[in-house]
Design a protein around this ligand. Sequence first.
Ligand code: ATP
Ligand code: PRP
Length: 212
Amino acid sequence: MAALSIALSKGRIFDETLPLFAAAGIEPAENPQNSRKLIMPSTHPDVQFLIVRASDVPTYVQHGGAHLGVVGKDVLMEHGGDGLVEPLDLNIARCKLMVAGYPDTNLDQRKRWRVATKFPNCARQHFAKHARQIEIIKLYGSMELAPLVGLCDLIVDVVDSGATLKANGLEPLELMAHISSRVVVNRAALKTNNQPISDLLHQLEAAVSKST
Ligand code: ATP
Ligand code: PRP
């Protein structure tokens, strides 16, 4: 096995992370668009990429299946961060975690809100902070559809341009957190593999400051 395994999800995070790794001298050895491989060697002999689902990145890193990973802060907050350290903000895949719903919804109205989300822990914490009662409806995607078919009153989801909300007659109602992608490291690996991890983090940090 390569000295360092890095868990990445395909799509947005992969696309935006690759230039930063390239600046640190690490590129996938094959074209990731065409490859079905889940373990992808890199041009660096000691580094390989592991292709996992975005919401599984913290789990792989927590349990030592990967030494490091790149994950949205939304997914990280939902996971809770057990067994992980979060040393670097890559400042990519920026968006906001928000409560959204129909325009003119009064969130201070006293009722039991039905909230559809793939972030139940974040939603519970946020609504508890505001002393609002909720019932969670767990979904895995297309959250914006749920209010339209009467599944819920509100959604908790990430919002970037707001176009998806708008196209579905919804609007952002309350900010929960500013989101960007973070490097996470297995807490134990940070001790046992300190040198290569620190070197990589320094190179990535330099790439991030050049790109911003
Ligand atoms: P999964 O397959 O595990 O459900 P996903 O489909 O949400 O994950 P992506 O859509 O690739 O995975 O999103 C990865 C991360 O990118 C999210 O965790 C979030 O931090 C960020 N993100 C999601 N949507 C947007 C967006 N519209 N604009 C910018 N960043 C976004
Ligand atoms: C994400 C998110 C919203 C949308 C927000 O979905 O779940 O639906 O982006 O972006 P906007 O504010 O710019 O419209 P994504 O496009 O990643 O699809 P997904 O549901 O497959 O994750």
